[in-house]
Design a protein around this ligand. Structure first.
Ligand code: SIN
Length: 332
């Protein structure tokens, strides 16, 4: 059988976490075990032709990730691709911002090879730790020719999700990852890849975003809408150099009159405003709750506020024009 080389990049998180007791699934230190340690329990179950190339990138809880972290990961994958030419990639990380990293890489890296992002909800020391099985499935998926060309995927609890649609939806359950409305793209049935649908939007090789050589991304902030919200956060973000704003709006991305006044100033200063929804599902329709054509805002389509921020960070490397930005939100 031909050898299959999978690069495993470790960054920390609960999958590398340790508690004092095997019964403790809540009070633990994340980012303690090395990526090599987290792989040890599953090595006996890997086919003999799968060779792992393990690279420890960091030991960092994902709540501490930044746009610089994403750029570093894209660079690490690109360099490994050039120097080691693995057949697929697995990235282990904390679950808290896993969906943001996955969507960033889905848009930014240029490879048709499978890239699987994986984490765990329980520390490695737990009686029923979910990390080893999730990680085994991630390696199996990354090694599968069926996963080629699908962009970045997330594996959790035996399901395969596309990076654009996946979200963490529970604070502590092992069944925390899902894709509201769209569902998973397939299952890992006892290690076999069972695909049911393709990712719906452009990614990786078909994406215009190229982060090679970039040392930073434009600063984009998220403004949360709630009853009685003032415009202090918008003003503060602008005065701290925001180059784009994502509105986490009520309902269909509606904007209160107080926020409207502050956003108008932002748009006049050349800072684009993207309307998303805090509801957790559904499509923010252009010219729906708001006349985007007249106001100069952009609809986030089905992207959550945190995913809309990822796309806006990348889109702003190419344009500030609201019409062009809307095209990106309609297609990516
Ligand atoms: C983290 O995101 O690093 C901590 C939480 C987790 O991994 O589940």
């Amino acid at each position: 059988m031909p050898k299959i080389k999978i690069a495993v990049l470790g960054t920390g998180g609960t999958i590398a976490g340790e508690a004092n007791s095997a019964a403790d699934v809540l009070n633990y230190q994340d980012s303690q075990l090395s990526a090599a340690d987290t792989l040890a329990p599953l090595r006996p179950y890997l086919p003999g032709n799968v060779e792992l190339l393990v690279v420890q990138i960091s030991q960092l809880g994902s709540e501490n990730f930044s746009t610089d972290t994403w750029l570093g990961l894209a660079d690490a994958i690109t360099r490994l691709e050039e120097t080691e030419a693995p057949d697929g990639f697995v990235l282990t990380q904390g679950t808290d911002t896993l969906e943001e990293t996955a969507y960033f890489l889905h848009l930014a890296i240029k490879t048709p090879k499978p890239v699987v992002v994986v984490g765990a909800m329980r520390p490695a020391t737990a009686l029923s730790a979910d990390g080893p099985l999730n990680l085994l499935r991630a390696v199996q998926l990354a090694a599968s020719p069926l996963a080629r060309g699908l962009g970045v995927m997330v594996v959790a609890n035996e399901r395969i999700f596309s990076a654009r649609e996946v979200t963490k939806s529970h604070t502590s359950s092992i069944d925390s990852f899902g894709s509201p409305e769209f569902g998973c793209v397939g299952y890992m049935q006892n290690g076999e890849v069972k695909l049911h649908r393709m990712p719906s939007r452009h990614h990786t090789m078909d994406s215009p975003f190229n982060v090679a050589g970039l040392h930073s991304l434009p600063k984009v902030d998220i403004v949360y809408a709630y009853a009685g919200a003032g415009c202090e956060s918008i003003r503060a973000f602008l005065s701290h150099g925001a180059r784009g704003l994502v509105h986490a709006g009520t309902g269909n991305g509606s904007i209160s009159s107080v926020h409207r006044a502050a956003y108008r100033e932002a748009i006049l200063r050349g800072v684009p405003v993207v309307r998303s929804s805090r509801t957790g599902s559904g499509l923010v329709s252009r010219n729906g709750a708001m006349n985007d054509d007249a106001f100069g805002s952009v609809g986030a389509d089905t992207l959550s506020p945190q995913k809309a921020r990822v796309l806006l960070c990348l889109a702003l490397t190419l344009t500030q024009d609201a019409v062009q930005l809307q095209c990106y939100f309609d297609n990516y």
